[in-house]
Design a protein around this ligand. Sequence first.
Ligand code: DAH
Length: 344
Amino acid sequence: MKAQIENVKQAALAAVAAAGTVQELGEVRVRFLGKSGELTSLMKGLGALSKEERPEMGKVLNLARTEIETALEQKLAAAEEREKQARLSAEAVDVTLPGRKPVRGTLHPITQVREDIVRVFLGMGFEVAEGPEIESDLYNFQLLNVPKDHPARDMQDTFYVNDSFVLRTHTSPMQARMMTTRKPPIRVVIPGRVYRSDDDASHSPIFHQIEGLAVDKYITMGDLEGCLTAFAQQMFSKDTEIRLRPSYFPFTEPSVEVDVTCAICGGKGCRVCKGTGWVEILGAGIVNPAVLEMCGIDSKEYSGFAFGLGLERIAMIKYGIPNIKLFYENDVRFLKQFNGEVEK
Ligand code: DAH
């Protein structure tokens, strides 16, 4: 039995010496000292020995056990330390490395242009309002002097919700909403989304407009021109000029279309302005007295001017963007080019 114990002990010590990792040492412990380990089995065999032999063999066994345990403990402490160091150096963080910059989002170019335009008009004493995108036929057309079955309805391809409601085709219905609910003086700009059944490189079924309305005593075409000149010069550049061309809108009389000197070529003529030096930016006019009256404002006492412009169109002119669809694809390579203030 003694020789057996010695053999097991030697085998155990050899196994300890050969084990390198915490895990291997654990396995050695189970193999020799575990519940059915090799040394444990020998201990179980003590009962079969004679009374005389038993204490002596017990002692030898205990000594062997202690020796194996000591060897295990020593190796284990070293292995644990080694593995801890390895883990620490693997997980080490170089605090001197420069940080990774978070990617910053940017305001959409349409949002930037809207904010720029609104800021210019706030500076001239206008307030800002918003209105519904599902609009009644009454406000979208009738109060703007476009009765049912009027040919001017064809100027805007309309999405009908039902017989009496449409997706607003322009922000102009907000003129009627302001005039029917306010008393002059009124000075307001109304940004918003509008809808038309129209789709090509410069038209989208959903796009954005800003409406402007000023109603007061003695408002003239001169006020409109002065106001829009100030706007164009702040929006594009100090030496931008505007020109008014006669046009037709049912809700203004007289009506004009307004051009600005081309922001890309400065008026010399280029691809954007098709060689003319001018680009059309908006429709405007003197509020039709019939509209004032329908909205409950005395046209003998008051007059007004109104204008409406497309935000996409302004952004396309300002940045030389060839296709309106680029605004809606939200490709970050496009969007991140507008990562600052719009240059003045
Ligand atoms: N609502 C017109 C459109 O969508 C634009 C417009 C023209 C607005 C003349 C106005 C205006 O306020 O006076 O085409």
